[in-house]
Design a protein around this ligand. Structure first.
Ligand SMILES: [Zn+2]
Length: 157
């Protein structure tokens, strides 16, 4: 292997000799040049080197991974960066929570209706069509199904 091909991705990119104690070489291997190109474009090589230098040895790999992830997000989404992903996940959590609240409210409604005046209600035995037994419930259930069907599925991507 020649000296040129043993340079790390950062030193290759910066067209310089890769010293044995190169700060970049453990985290920016030569077989992944895109990784360094991303962080250099967003943070600058000098800043990346400083940030890695200021971090303890056991945390440096995570710092390099994090810088790469954040810079890649910033390149893909220049306005929001990784905040865009956080916002999307927050929206998904919010949607799931409101759906859970609806289901809980529906369960509570069905339970309260089932416990009310049991003698006036027809017997369940022998009848397979439960919806016909309580006409008042089917409209609520239908409304709930309609509202979940019209929900935009792309919001969950
Ligand atoms: Zn190097």
């Amino acid at each position: 292997m020649s000296t040129v091909s043993s340079r790390c991705a950062a030193c290759k990119y910066l067209r310089r000799r890769c010293p044995p104690d190169c700060i970049f070489s453990p985290y920016f291997p030569s077989n992944d040049p895109q990784r360094f190109a991303c962080v250099h474009r967003i943070y600058g090589a000098s800043n990346v080197g400083k940030m890695i230098q200021q971090t303890s040895m056991q945390m440096r790999a995570q710092v390099a991974d994090s810088l790469y992830f954040e810079s890649r997000c910033r390149i893909q989404d220049p306005v929001y960066g990784c905040v865009g992903i956080i916002s999307l996940l927050n929206l998904q959590i919010h949607n799931a929570e409101s759906e859970l609240a609806k289901v809980k409210a529906q369960i509570a409604f069905l339970n309260s209706d089932a416990n009310r005046e049991p003698s006036s209600r027809p017997q369940l035995e022998g009848d397979s069509n439960v919806n016909n037994l309580w006409p008042g419930q089917s409209s609520v259930e239908q409304h709930w199904i309609d509202s979940s069907a019209t929900r935009d599925p792309s919001a969950f991507v």
